[in-house]
Design a protein around this ligand. Structure first.
Ligand code: F0G
Length: 428
């Protein structure tokens, strides 16, 4: 740990870090954790390499003062898979995916919650809360349980995938469904947390985002120091793209990377306030009132971190794109069938966006691209069952099963072939 403080991204006002604060008291701007990088030990990279790949490998750049209070479920250390078959299909040569569904509760949120919930303990808070489209609530509920804290989650009624809701319930969170959307839920819980001793752990919380930035550190380490040309991230409340960008910037400031990647944010068509506004050349993001998409995790119309995300996209010379529900579901199927990776629809949005941008010629064939797959597919099984037909049911007999595997005539031909082979001893 090195010295750090909180700083407003708009007016630059600085704050001591050991207090409960979410936005700037002067101008209401977003806060960012800033480190005194001159304190960083010279052998930082060597120390990192001696520890297992995980969020806490990078503890020098995490805003926790009392490491012994750490609440961890061994988050991070997710695989970076090279996608040969998908690359060939899309027409790229250097495509990797960071599989964040491997985290303890099945999404990237765990990177943030290990730090956020540890911070809650450091600050002496007994209750934590969030609004969520599902994954944040699942993750917070788990980490709060491990820390022995009371957990309250607000979710939009009927719009949270089954698996995520189940997670929040089993971990003992007080789950409150509101008859409204995520944006309304966040606005309500924000007000409650400001006037009660309850610690807010949405991505408005700058400490939580510090955990999430470690995805950038891991990508660099997994690529043996190479920095991707492009990082593709699905965008909802816009915290993750901002966090990952911050990670890459810190690497550059520490001379651990020469370059920083271009950040590409992907939104769902019916919930694309950032993509729509930037494409129109607006300087502010115009919110979407009734966001709608099959990718319920990113069904967000008023992303609180839009300013950080727009900066990440602009400073990195990046891009935003939006994709339709059909494109998202097709990308989900492709990833599952070509690479053996089952992700939830919001995660597949990054692949759908990648396909679209490659077709438009905005991603070049030999560029090193990393798509962040944010959450596991098992969280939202219903979306699959709605699209695909039910498996065939037959009598419990070898004949009946064989008949489905191959029609009768083919079976006879194949058995002749099998016997010939056996006779000729070619069959192993
Ligand atoms: N992918 C998944 C699977 C998510 O759950 C989320 C956000 C995102 C992408 C977008 O990340 O908000 O940082 O831009 N889920 C939040 C939640 C909103 O409540 O679980 P973001």
């Amino acid at each position: 740990m090195v010295n750090f403080h909180l700083e407003c991204i708009d007016c630059g006002e600085k704050y001591e870090p050991n207090q409960v604060i979410y936005t700037c008291r002067r101008c209401n701007g977003l806060l960012s954790v800033e480190y005194d990088l001159s304190d960083i030990p010279e052998d930082l990279d060597q120390s990192w390499k001696r520890r297992p790949l995980s969020v806490w490998r990078y503890k020098e750049l995490l805003p926790i003062e009392r490491e012994e209070m750490k609440i961890s479920l061994e988050e991070g250390g997710t695989s970076l898979n090279k996608c040969l078959r998908l690359s060939r299909r899309i027409g790229l040569e250097n495509l990797y995916v960071k599989n964040e569904g491997e985290n303890p509760t099945g999404s990237f949120k765990d990177r943030g919650m290990t730090v956020g919930v540890t911070k809650a303990l450091e600050l002496g808070m007994m209750k934590v809360a969030c609004a969520s489209t599902g994954n944040t609530s699942a993750s917070l509920a788990a980490y709060a349980a491990r820390a022995g804290l009371e957990c309250i989650v607000l979710i939009p009624s009927g719009k949270v995938a089954f698996g995520k809701l189940t997670q929040a319930i089993i971990h003992g969170a007080k789950v409150i469904q509101i008859r409204g959307n995520f944006d309304e839920a966040l606005s309500i819980i924000r007000k409650i947390c400001l006037s009660h001793p309850i610690y807010l752990l949405n991505s408005l919380n700058p400490f939580r985002l510090e955990g999430q930035k470690t995805a950038a550190f891991e990508i660099r380490d997994q690529l043996d120091g190479r920095i991707p040309d492009k990082i593709v991230v699905p965008v909802g409340n816009a915290g993750n793209i901002s966090a990952i960008w911050k990670g890459f910037i810190e690497l550059r400031e520490l001379n651990l990377a020469e370059e920083a990647p271009q950040m590409i944010g992907i939104q769902a068509q019916g919930a694309a306030p950032i993509a729509d506004s930037l494409k129109k050349g607006l300087n502010e993001v115009k919110f979407v009132e009734n966001p709608e998409t099959v990718a319920t995790a990113i069904r967000i119309g008023s992303p609180v971190n839009w300013k950080k995300a727009v900066r990440a996209i602009r400073e990195s010379n990046g891009l935003v794109e939006k994709v339709s529900d059909e494109e998202i579901l097709e990308a989900q199927r492709l990833l599952a069938r070509l690479e053996g990776l089952f992700v939830e629809p919001a995660s597949a949005a990054s692949i759908a966006g990648l396909i679209k941008l490659t077709e438009k010629g905005l991603i070049e064939k030999n560029e090193l691209v990393v798509c962040v797959l944010t959450g596991h597919g098992l969280k939202d099984p219903n979306i699959i069952l709605k699209q695909f037909s039910k498996p065939i049911e037959v009598e419990s007999s070898e004949d009946a099963v064989l008949n489905v595997i191959m029609p009768k005539e083919k079976q006879t031909a194949e058995s002749h072939f099998f016997n010939d082979k056996k006779r000729n001893r070619h069959f192993i």
